[in-house]
Ligand binder design. Structure first.
Ligand SMILES: Cc1ncc(C[n+]2csc(CCOP(=O)(O)OP(=O)(O)O)c2C)c(N)n1
Ligand SMILES: [Mg+2]
Length: 273
């Protein structure tokens, strides 16, 4: 399937799930859709029939609140039945708001406490390196999440241990929970910062599947250091009326929002593969 089509289907499925629930983490789910499409549509070695296959590549969604986009991706890949998507965040669901490796097929790490997933991904990569395995580890961190000091310990360790089996994506959507990152705490340039730590760095349009594909190829061919791919993204991407709004992090949909969602869902259905 073409990666653009897969992205369209992930966005559509995620929005249908959130609309059914009537609320949820819309903004940060939408900004990672294209990255998930390229990872699961092309690069990740995974077997939906055998989610814990020791030969698989690992994926850690460190910004665990974007779980809905990952659940849509995993359901479309066949890790579990699509009907489960209607149970998002319900009591006793296997699809909680934030990712849980103990209850959801295809989730490699429990996340939601920001900063910790990055460290866990580094630990997985180090473990694979010790075992001389060539599985690759991908992790997505939020731009706001990089306010967490723990991330910088993870970065130092990853460089010191030459973890070229680790690719870090920064979802640089410029917004965090309720405002713009640069208004809250952080004004530094990610590229300069990761370069200074010793990463191989790339900055790309995070909604261009071909740019993401090339950047991952470059990361896989980089030896002796981990790679960071800084994704220039839009929080809420794909729903024009919601894009870049400081209140799109977790939305409880009004009647007006529902009309907008319905129109977007209709348009995405027309582009369905
Ligand atoms: C340690 C920790 N502190 C606070 C939170 C609450 N929280 C959830 S999402 C979020 C904002 C994250 O912003 P960003 O990383 O930019 O995510 P995105 O824009 O991709 O949604 C915060 C503060 C948390 N989950 N974990
Ligand atoms: Mg953000």
């Amino acid at each position: 399937m073409k990666l653009e089509h897969f992205a369209n289907d992930i966005r559509l499925t995620t929005l249908e799930m959130l609309k059914h629930k009537t609320f949820g983490h819309l903004g940060g789910s939408m900004s990672i859709v294209e990255t998930l499409s390229v990872l699961y549509g092309k690069h990740m070695r995974v077997d939906p029939q055998n989610p814990t296959d020791p030969l698989r590549d690992y994926f850690v969604l460190s910004k665990g609140h974007a779980g809905p986009a990952l659940y849509a991706t995993l359901a479309l890949k066949g890790f579990f039945d699509k009907s489960l998507l209607k149970t998002l965040n319900d009591d006793n669901t296997t699809l909680p708001s934030n990712c849980d490796m103990n209850i959801t097929k295809g989730i490699d790490m429990t996340t939601g406490s920001l900063g910790q997933g990055f460290s866990a991904a580094v630990g997985i990569a180090k473990g694979l390196q010790i075992q001389n395995k060539n599985n690759h580890v991908y992790v997505i961190v939020g731009d706001g999440e990089l306010n967490e000091g723990q991330c910088y310990e993870a970065m130092m360790f990853a460089v010191k241990h030459k973890l070229h089996n680790l690719t870090v994506f920064i979802d640089d959507n410029k917004l965090q929970l309720d405002g713009f990152r640069t208004d809250i705490s952080d004004t530094a340039d990610f590229k300069q910062r990761f370069n200074a730590f010793g990463f191989h760095t790339q900055t790309i349009n995070g909604h261009d599947v071909h740019a993401i594909d090339s950047a991952i190829n470059e990361a896989k061919n980089t030896k002796g250091k981990p790679t960071v791919i800084i994704l220039d993204t839009i929080k809420g991407k794909g729903i024009k009326a919601f894009e870049n709004r400081a209140d799109n992090h977790h939305m409880r949909f009004s009647d007006h929002d529902n009309t907008i969602l319905e129109e977007t869902i209709k348009a995405l259905k027309e582009g369905q593969s």
